[in-house]
Design a protein around this ligand. Structure first.
Ligand SMILES: C[S@@+](CC[C@H](N)C(=O)[O-])C[C@H]1O[C@@H](n2cnc3c(N)ncnc32)[C@H](O)[C@@H]1O
Length: 325
């Protein structure tokens, strides 16, 4: 998506050449307290960039790495081969965190990391995430999931499609784009990334084309969020993960766009509220308002100028950290 390819050599034997560069990696190690050792869950291990930094920070760190993408998980496995005695890899949706830990005979851990969105690897994967190459319009991070972007574009009710592009993509031209998609459906539909990118480009008047990004960027973002149910999964995992932490354990979440930031603020806000029952009540009855976490970061941690210069994808990153009470 217009982001330059970052190459970050994984291990010394050169078995894996990582495409994705981890964002805020020093800050993750610092805030999660990895140097003290313990069990940490990287719920979005991707190519293993953050996990590698955690494992390097102390010989007493054990990492449980989760990802629902089989291909990328294999890359993490190869990259982290030298740490295999201190690493467990699991292919699953991160919303199943409690079941994942249960299967590993673990109840509570010392830290959890979520680094949201796709990896740069996905944009190079010929799976429809990028319009730089002409590939089938797929966009699934987990290939076992049944729904593809092509199905959404070609079969979903047009009003539902308009809402997705308008609200997930924040695209003011959503109505026009969807009208053009409707007309294209009558001629056989849209099958590839280039077909969709060209249609969006032709639909938005030239003088309104954004200066720095491709005119189809927002439509592609919206479809990716819908295909992978990114917002629903995020809300669900945020509501479950704090309960998998030991007292004093920390959850760090790195997010990249305003819809994600908003969900994290809402859930963290809800879980960090004090009990509102009056002190003379015999027992707490407010249920949902029991304080589960304390916010560690009052305002989000953002990358330094040097990091953004070295890795432009980091520009929009924000990290929020909460601690189990
Ligand atoms: C930004 S990348 C993580 C990059 C990683 N921190 C690194 O340093 O290489 C996010 C990863 O999360 C995975 N992911 C996204 N949603 C997921 C979900 N619901 N369940 C499991 N994995 C998910 C993606 O497949 C992707 O590999």
């Amino acid at each position: 998506m217009g982001v330059p390819l970052m190459v970050d050599r994984g291990d010394k034997e050169g078995q894996v050449e990582a495409i994705h560069r981890p964002v805020l990696a020093d800050e993750v190690v610092e805030y999660l307290g990895c140097r003290r050792g313990g069990v940490f869950v990287d719920l979005t291990i991707g190519e293993g960039g953050h996990a590698e930094r955690m494992l390097e920070s102390s010989p007493d760190v054990f990492v449980i790495g989760v990802d629902w993408d089989e291909e990328i998980l294999e890359r993490a496995r190869r990259r982290l081969e030298r740490f295999k005695a201190r690493l467990a890899l699991v292919r699953d949706n991160f919303v199943n965190i409690a079941e994942i830990l249960e299967d590993l005979d673990m109840k509570e851990v010392d830290g959890i990391l979520l680094d949201l969105g796709p990896s740069l690897f996905h944009f190079r994967s010929q799976r429809g995430f990028s319009f730089q190459e002409d590939t089938p319009l797929d966009m699934r991070m987990d290939k076992r999931r049944p729904l593809t972007a092509a199905q959404i574009v070609n079969t979903w009710p047009l009003d539902r499609l308009r809402k997705i592009i308008r609200f997930y993509g924040d695209e003011r031209w959503a109505t026009r784009i969807v009208k053009a998609i409707g007309e294209r459906r009558l001629k056989g539909g849209i099958r590839t990334t280039r077909e969709l990118a060209d249609l969006v480009s032709e639909t938005i008047p030239k003088r309104y084309h954004p200066e720095k990004i491709h005119p189809a960027t927002k439509t592609f973002l919206a479809l990716r969020i819908a295909v992978n149910e990114e917002l629903k999964n995020l809300k669900e995992v945020l509501e479950k993960a704090p309960f998998c932490l030991r007292k004093g354990g920390r959850l760090a979440v790195i997010s990249f766009h305003s819809l994600e930031h908003r969900i994290i603020k809402e859930v963290f806000g809800k879980l960090s509220k004090d009990c509102i029952c009056p002190p003379w009540f015999p027992q707490c009855v407010c249920g949902g308002n029991r304080k589960v976490i304390e916010l560690v970061t009052r305002s989000p941690v953002v990358p330094s100028e040097q990091e953004v210069e070295a890795n432009p994808r980091a520009r929009s990153a924000q990290m929020r950290v909460a601690e189990r009470v």
